[in-house]
Design a protein around this ligand. Structure first.
Ligand code: NAP
Length: 180
């Protein structure tokens, strides 16, 4: 089983991934935006080279790190169905620290931070329904600390109600909402 981590190419996520690889034994499923496997590996290396030398990084890459090339703003992260199934079946914990901090684009912030987080919640529900989610964790905005909660404490029924209402939608007049 693995921990699914978003935002591993970012500032916070790279520290987190480095700590998990050095101080823990779990495998990591990382969501990375890239157009090829090679680009994904290179992007991850760029973010982690502050923490590891290349041989150590390469060792982790070939043993405990599994890269899923995807985007938070796409349905099921834009992964092919078989990859999404592999991701869901091999994940038992989630640390969601990807975000858009682009203050110049409310639309981007809304799509990544709200819509993207809902995609992560959909994955969490799927994992939880099938075998139980061990851990769910996300960094809060504005400098408040990382919050980790056991899934039992989460309001799954509210999330389920929202999810069963179908894809998230907003009034058509809302110019910030990405049409899909
Ligand atoms: N930095 C801090 O000191 C700090 C402290 C407390 C809390 N936080 C919170 O932690 C979160 C991350 O902050 P950060 O400083 O690490 O930000 P960051 O350096 O800008 O990293 C953002 C991460 O999110 C990923 N991302 C953005 N849009 C995505 C998408 N559509 N699909 C997949 N991945 C996407 C980025 O991937 P790409 O590389 O592909 O762009 C990157 O890995 C924020 O919520 C922030 O408020 C940060």
């Amino acid at each position: 089983m693995a921990i699914f981590v978003t935002g591993s190419t970012g500032y916070l996520g790279s520290y987190l991934v480095a700590g998990l690889l050095r101080e823990h034994r779990e495998s990591l499923n990382l969501l990375v935006r890239a157009s090829s496997k090679q680009e994904a590996r290179e992007r991850l290396w760029r973010s982690l080279q502050l923490h590891f030398d290349f041989p150590e990084f390469f060792d982790y890459l070939n043993s405990r790190v599994h890269i899923f090339r995807g985007d938070l703003t796409s349905l099921r992260f834009g992964l092919p169905e078989e990859d999404y199934v592999v991701l869901a079946d091999s994940t038992d914990s989630i640390i969601h620290c990807a975000a858009s901090l682009n203050r110049k684009s409310e639309k981007q912030c809304l799509n990544v931070n709200l819509r993207g987080s809902l995609e992560v919640i959909q994955l969490a529900r799927r994992v939880h329904d099938r075998k139980g989610l061990r851990r769910w964790c996300y960094p809060l905005m504005e400098g408040r600390p990382l919050e980790a909660r056991a899934p039992r404490e989460l309001d799954w029924s509210a999330q389920a109600a929202r999810a069963s209402a179908g894809p998230v939608s907003a009034p058509p007049s809302d110019p910030l909402w990405r049409s899909s």
